[in-house]
Design a protein around this ligand. Structure first.
Ligand SMILES: [Zn+2]
Length: 242
């Protein structure tokens, strides 16, 4: 079904750099490279050709590897304008722009709130979206540069995609999010089951991503919030939840 292959390079304490590879050509894009060397090592080990760098937002744990990877490979950097605060950018993108990545088409979405210029890359034909720090499995990003209204509408927009669209997030936060989700919806059996699954996966050291639109509709309290007031209450409760 899907043509491109996606793999995770775990870096720092809980970041994932996603590698999007075209298996026919070896062309590979690195999404949100926090650091350069582990990404370059992985690409060399797998015999891939790193030809593009994509950023979802400007935070240094999503852009810190840009310059090192570009220097080593010549790969151009595609990013929202805000990334220029911390990196050179070869192509600035925003809502509705189309980009070709490893031979496949993606459309850019503006999804501000975690940062003011945060974008997502949606590969409609491949059934996958890269959402950075906007949505996490069973959770959502913090509101550093935007409002609850913006973030709630981002949740609704992503959740309106087809059920089987895979969602690639920037961090391994699923276990902590699952605990909060059960606190938010103690009667939700899907949440209880997923918490158990995710605990086992993390004990085995497995990556819990990507998630899917269907899973998030069933288990993500921020997606399931009935209105922006409920969303805002959950978001502020999560900020201090332990
Ligand atoms: Zn961030």
């Amino acid at each position: 079904m899907s043509r491109l292959k996606v793999s995770a390079v775990p870096v720092l304490s809980d970041n994932y750099v996603w590698l999007i590879t075209n298996p026919d050509t070896g062309e590979t894009a690195a999404v949100d490279p926090s650091v350069g060397d582990p990404v370059l090592d992985e690409v060399a080990t797998e015999g891939l050709r790193l030809t593009q760098i994509l950023n979802t937002h400007w935070h240094p744990d999503h852009t810190g590897g840009n310059q090192g990877i570009k220097a080593a490979t010549g790969a151009p950097i595609t990013a929202p304008a805000e990334a220029q605060k911390v990196s050179s950018v070869d192509r600035i993108v925003s809502e509705g722009d189309r980009v070709t990545i490893a031979g496949a088409d993606a459309v850019v979405w503006d999804i501000p709130a975690h940062t003011a210029g945060h974008v997502a890359y949606y590969f409609e034909d491949e059934g996958m979206i890269f959402v950075g720090d906007t949505m996490f499995a069973m959770g959502c990003g913090r509101l550093f540069e935007g409002t609850a209204e913006q973030m709630y509408s981002n949740m609704q927009r992503i959740a309106a995609l087809p059920d089987d669209v895979r969602i690639y997030c920037g961090h391994e936060y699923t276990l902590a999010n699952a605990r909060f989700a059960l606190h938010a919806e103690p009667e939700n059996q899907d949440v209880a089951r997923r918490l158990e699954q995710v605990s086992e996966m993390r004990e085995r050291g497995e990556v819990t991503l990507p998630t899917t639109v269907a899973q998030e509709r069933a288990t993500n309290p921020f997606v399931r919030a009935l209105d922006v007031e409920e969303f805002a209450r959950l978001r502020s409760e999560k900020d201090s939840f332990r």
